[in-house]
Design a protein around this ligand. Structure first.
Ligand code: ZN
Length: 228
């Protein structure tokens, strides 16, 4: 069951307790960031708020972000994550660094931040200091970094890239766990990822998933040594 909250003017947060999406309602169209799990039923939640045509942007291609795509027909997604969308009926449009989408007074600029997945992006509204970080900045996580479609070295580089923008960031809205969070979490996630890389965090086997659990000072990661 999705809860919808008007978080700022024209800007809704949809949340089913596992993952959240962001809906911006403009005058003649709406912009949806991410589509939840297949059983999140994001389309129904969007239609309770607006009947306008919806353009869909994806922060990345994991199943908890792409699950409702079939209901919307298509989306903008970074090409490096196209292979993660298995439904051939979904129309994919490329998304790349600098692509900007305007709606309802918001101007979301695409920032490529590979690592959590190779095609991960953030959306940044510089005027409002608003950063939609996908799964790449979180409090406290876990941030998933295990499996062949993820890369810790790239994740570290991407957190450095985001940290270089931190002066202009006021509010970060991640797709999981606590929100809103401040720009200091970019640095916290970066410092903990560096500790993970340098072998300073002790891993414990995850009871169910094929990975270890690593706890940094602020951030939890799911990772395996084989991924290094
Ligand atoms: Zn996710």
């Amino acid at each position: 069951m999705i809860t919808s909250t008007l978080f700022m003017e024209h800007f809704y947060i949809l949340d089913d307790g596992r993952v959240r999406q962001f809906l911006i309602v403009g005058e003649d169209q709406a912009l949806l960031i991410d589509t939840g799990f297949p059983d999140s039923h994001v389309y129904e939640a969007v239609r309770k708020i607006t009947a306008l045509p919806v353009r869909v942007l994806l922060t990345h291609g994991d199943i908890d972000h792409t699950g409702g795509l079939a209901d919307f027909g298509g989306c903008f997604l970074h090409k490096a994550d196209w292979k993660l969308v298995k439904d051939p009926a979904v129309h994919l449009e490329p998304l790349a660094e600098g692509d900007t989408f305007s709606c309802g007074g918001y101007h979301l600029k695409t920032i490529e931040i590979p690592g959590h997945t190779y095609g991960s992006v953030a959306f940044f509204d510089e005027e409002k200091g608003l950063l939609l970080s996908g799964d790449s900045v979180q409090k406290p996580g876990p941030i998933y970094l295990f499996g062949g479609w993820r890369n810790l070295d790239l994740y570290i580089e991407s957190e450095r890239k985001l940290w270089s923008l931190a002066d202009k960031v006021k509010t970060i809205l991640p797709c999981h766990h606590e929100y809103p969070i401040g720009p200091e979490y970019i640095r916290y996630n970066l410092e903990d990822a560096l500790s993970l890389k340098e072998g300073r965090l002790q891993g414990e086997r995850h009871p169910v998933m094929p990975c270890n659990v690593y706890k940094g000072s602020w951030t939890e990661f799911y990772y395996t040594e084989q991924d290094a």
